[in-house]
Write a protein that binds this ligand. Structure first.
Ligand SMILES: *Cc1c(COP(=O)(O)O)cnc(C)c1O
Length: 349
């Protein structure tokens, strides 16, 4: 079989959630952000596992993503929708009991008119200028809206992965200005915000990437291994080239393994001639260009041809691979795509 195997360690994800929950402090609830199919790793299995571990609130980007977790978890856990209440979402929000985080006056009006009494939260823009109600609008609508009983006020930090960035303090200050005295539950911190310390935690934290082993959660357990099967090997003589564009030339006799996995599987073409794959503890350089379905690797130094080579695993985290490819761990994870065979690993049910 030429399908790559993506092994997802559910126990590591639970351990990462617990670690971030401990960092969030005893008075603070820790949610789980599972948008984009739980960062590409499979929302159903992961939401179920985190719910068993004690997570009571889940965040998704779109209402449609909420459907999958509601089905997996049944009634009970809160499912919050970051994109808010879009036109066309009303039925789904109602039927699946989703909690939209309303982002604008339009959304607020839509929600209160379409589903009066249905739970909602409000996302406030404190300086990221992406989603959320802005300060002046908020000051105008807050008195009425607070009457309607939002479950949560949230905002999102733009630079939380840079602890010294002045925007962190500025956003914190604006969040206080917008929410102090409301008496409502508040949430500002994603993974990076949790690590900025208790002043950023408020009542609820919302980690995503840190659950899945990515930076800035430096002490996270790696949660994924991606093993690419070796399809064929060949000897190349000095002067021969490998792959599209002849970008790699053998300087001495070499053995090249062609492995399954390419940019259509979320392995960016920018890894061409740069990345490393691993046979157990032995590094093997990727040579030539990454193509759509295949990668070529120099295995001349290995004692025998391995069945597969790892591109993600204990020796190469998502962030290490991301750095090699000029991107971020978030993008590597969410790009992995549907072609890999997924194996979920857990010690306990
Ligand atoms: C994606 C997202 C999160 C989670 O962020 P991480 O950096 O992955 O922890 C939290 N809140 C909002 C609004 C988001 O968009």
């Amino acid at each position: 079989m030429a399908t790559a195997t993506l092994t997802i360690d559910l126990d590591a994800i639970v351990a990462n959630w617990r670690a971030l929950d401990r960092l969030s402090g005893p008075e603070v609830q820790t949610a789980a952000v599972v948008k984009a199919d739980a960062y590409g790793l499979g929302i159903t299995r992961i939401a179920r596992k985190l719910a068993q571990a004690g997570a009571r609130r889940f965040f998704v980007a779109y209402a449609e993503e909420g459907a999958a977790i509601r089905q997996a978890l049944g009634q009970g856990p809160q499912i919050a929708v970051l994109s808010g209440h879009m036109s066309g979402d009303t039925e789904m929000i109602h039927d699946l009991d989703l909690t939209p985080m309303l982002n604008s006056l339009d959304q607020i009006t839509r929600h209160l008119e379409a589903l009066p009494g249905h739970p909602f939260g409000v996302q406030l823009d404190t300086g990221m200028n992406r989603l959320g109600v802005e300060l002046l609008e908020w000051q105008a609508v807050a008195p009425i809206l607070i009457e309607a009983g939002p479950e949560l006020l949230i905002s999102h930090l733009a630079c939380a992965d840079e602890p010294d960035h002045p925007l962190n303090e500025a956003q914190l200050k604006t969040f206080h200005t917008m929410t102090d005295g409301t008496g409502l539950p508040r949430s500002l911190a994603a993974t990076g915000g949790i690590l900025l310390g208790p002043r950023y935690h408020f009542d609820l934290t919302r980690p995503g990437i840190g659950l899945f082993g990515g930076l800035p959660h430096e002490t996270a357990h790696p949660a994924v291994t991606l093993s690419l099967p070796v399809i064929q090997t060949r000897e190349v003589a000095p002067g021969e080239t490998v792959g599209y564009g002849c970008t790699w030339v053998a300087e001495s006799p070499a053995i090249i393994a062609t492995v399954a996995g390419g940019y259509a599987d979320g392995l960016p073409r920018t890894l061409s001639n740069i990345a490393t794959l691993w046979d157990g503890d032995t590094p093997c350089p990727l040579v030539g260009r990454v193509s759509m379905d295949l990668i070529t690797v120099d295995i001349t130094h290995l004692p025998e041809v391995p069945r597969s080579l790892d591109i993600l695993g204990p020796h190469q985290t998502v962030d290490a691979l991301a750095e090699a490819g000029g991107t971020i761990g978030y993008e590597i994870l969410t790009s992995l795509g549907p072609r890999h065979l997924r194996r979920y690993q857990e010690r306990s049910q």
